[in-house]
Design a protein around this ligand. Structure first.
Ligand code: HEC
Length: 111
């Protein structure tokens, strides 16, 4: 009897290689944590309502000027040479993408 494993193997390898890229949105509980992080931690520099402080206002129109992936990368890696830190130690790629998406769709409108 031939085992189905050899036939499944390519699918399995593709799933492993692409798994992180296809990562689902964070679970609802994690989304709530991320929203708290956005307004408290990011807000400590960008203002508690994200309308600006030490860092610039993170308004929806401004955030939409970024490609979502570029915005996620900016959040993960920060802006070298500025006070904007990288958040990769605290956030997964999916977390950063969710934050980027959230900023583009739920951040304050231009004040
Ligand atoms: C320690 C202060 C600090 C914290 C905390 C911080 N930022 Fe920033 N951020 C800055 C500064 C300062 C800049 C502007 C850098 C520059 O001069 O380009 C900036 C820039 C940005 C920009 C680009 C804004 C634009 O108009 O292009 C984004 C997006 C951003 N931050 C998102 C975040 C997010 C999301 C978080 C939380 C995960 C965060 N920041 C936390 C200080 C901070």
């Amino acid at each position: 009897m031939p085992t189905p494993l050899p036939r499944l193997l390519p699918t399995l390898l593709i799933a492993l290689a692409w798994g992180p890229a296809l990562a689902e949105a964070p679970a609802p509980a994690r989304q709530a944590e991320l929203e708290t992080l956005l307004y408290q931690d990011c807000g400590s520099c960008h203002g508690m309502t994200l309308r600006g402080g030490l860092g610039p206002a993170l308004t929806r129109s401004r955030m939409r000027a970024y490609d979502r992936e570029a915005l996620a990368a900016l959040i993960l890696h920060g802006i070298p040479g500025t006070a904007m830190p990288g958040w990769a130690p605290l956030l997964s790629d999916a977390d950063a993408r969710w934050l980027a998406d959230h900023l583009q769709h739920a951040a304050p409108q231009t004040p």
